[in-house]
Design a protein around this ligand. Structure first.
Ligand code: FEO
Length: 401
């Protein structure tokens, strides 16, 4: 049976949610599931905006068929060619013989890389600024390369002022009946997953996201329809301001996140001592994570959120403890920058983790590593306690409370 919701009188959400998938992109845990959004515009001509993942095909095709109510499907706009959104192209071509695929030159290069389809006479290639009239609705196409893949474009419908934003402004999390962000407590229940989605999926491409935001600022937008998560029709400034911060790598919160790895509890002890000292010093927003038991996507999202980041790790195989190294490598790959950093290394013999972490941060942009860089030999003793205390004082001096 169909399960749809109206975005407006003539725009229908025909997507579906998956609550069974454990790992999005086979990488990111999604305990709250994920939605694959697709939208149908009903006018003299009909147009679908993207399709869905294969996991929800049965529901999706039923939604499309019901919403068309016997009308032909004229256009499929392919804003993004990643398989979580394009898995049903072949099926739609079979079911709707007059369907024309709309995309840019890169879109169709990717279509042919993924699929073996005879698209003769069934494509419309668009460029930046091109339009497509459906009757009372007119679509405008804008390229948004690397938000999240190079072929990505966004589609703006001028009459209802709807932006179909592809991956931009999306979130992990299944839609549990509510379609609109104003129907849920987004700040309480969704923001963490929206941040985790942005930082891990698109975080590397801050410059390109800024370029897209600049382009979109010229449009009058009433509704944002992303490919994942809730639709936005109120308080768009809230979401836009988050994207502006994230894509400029500006911390959201004056906060200290302490990330530690610990084999026998001694590096954890150092992290706890530092956290307690910061709390005594008046820092309210402190987060403490064991990197061995916290998914790296959560760690990355917290690193994007917080202004001050402390990393405490043992030496392992003459290098940085693997779970911490993986986290730092991910952080560098995602281009995180512009943070104040504290470093604590540990080692029973030949401690090198602090020095090697410092080297990793020297390769990232605008990472201000505070002195002292603390080295512990096996466990915290009076000398390393004094160094920890000095680091705490430097953090307190630089962190607004
Ligand atoms: Fe949700 Fe980049 O695909």
């Amino acid at each position: 049976m169909y399960c749809t919701r109206n975005v407006s009188d003539s725009v229908v959400w025909v997507g579906a949610s998956d609550r069974r998938l454990a790992l999005f992109e086979n990488l990111f845990p999604i305990p709250r599931g994920v939605s694959y959004n697709s939208y149908l515009i009903l006018d003299e001509k009909t147009a679908l905006l993207d399709t869905t993942d294969a996991s929800v095909t049965r529901q999706y095709l039923e939604n499309v068929s019901h919403s068309l109510n016997g009308k032909p499907l004229d256009y499929l706009i392919i804003n993004h060619m990643e398989p979580d959104h394009c898995a049903n192209i072949a099926e739609l071509l079979l079911r709707y013989p007059h369907l024309t695929l709309v995309g840019n030159a890169k879109t169709f290069a990717f279509v042919s890389q993924f699929y073996d389809l005879d698209l003769t006479g069934r494509t419309l290639t668009v460029k930046e600024g091109d339009t497509l009239c459906l009757g009372s609705h007119t679509l405008h196409f804008f390229l948004a390369p690397m938000v999240h893949w190079p072929e990505v474009m966004v589609t703006y419908e001028e009459t209802e002022q709807i932006l179909f934003s592809a991956d931009a402004f999306g979130s992990f999390g299944a839609l549990n009946g509510h379609l609109f962000a104003d129907e849920v407590n987004f700040d309480r229940d969704w923001l963490d997953d929206a941040r985790r989605y942005y930082c891990n999926i698109v975080g590397k491409y801050g410059i390109q996201v800024q370029a897209a935001l600049k382009k979109l600022s010229a449009l009058s937008i009433r509704t944002i329809c992303p490919l994942h998560g809730p639709v936005w029709r109120e308080n768009l400034k809230y979401l836009l301001s988050k994207y502006d911060l994230w894509s400029r790598y500006v911390p959201e919160d004056n906060a200290v996140a302490i990330f530690y790895a610990s084999m026998y509890g001694d590096t954890e002890n150092a992290a706890n001592i530092l956290a307690a000292g910061l709390a005594e010093g008046g820092i309210k927003n402190i987060a403490l994570y064991d990197v061995s038991v916290t998914d790296v996507s959560v760690l990355i999202a917290e690193a994007f959120r917080c202004s001050h980041l402390v990393f405490a790790a043992p030496t392992y195989n003459n290098g940085v403890y693997p779970a911490m190294y993986n986290f730092l490598h991910d952080m560098g790959a995602l281009s995180l920058q512009n943070r104040t950093i504290g470093l604590i290394g540990n080692g029973t013999w030949g401690p090198v983790s602090a020095k090697q972490m410092q080297q990793l941060f020297s390769e990232m942009k605008q990472m201000n590593v505070l002195e002292p860089v603390v080295t512990i030999k096996s466990s915290v003793k009076e000398d390393s306690l004094a160094a920890l205390c000095a680091l705490k004082d430097r953090i307190l001096a630089s962190c607004t409370r």
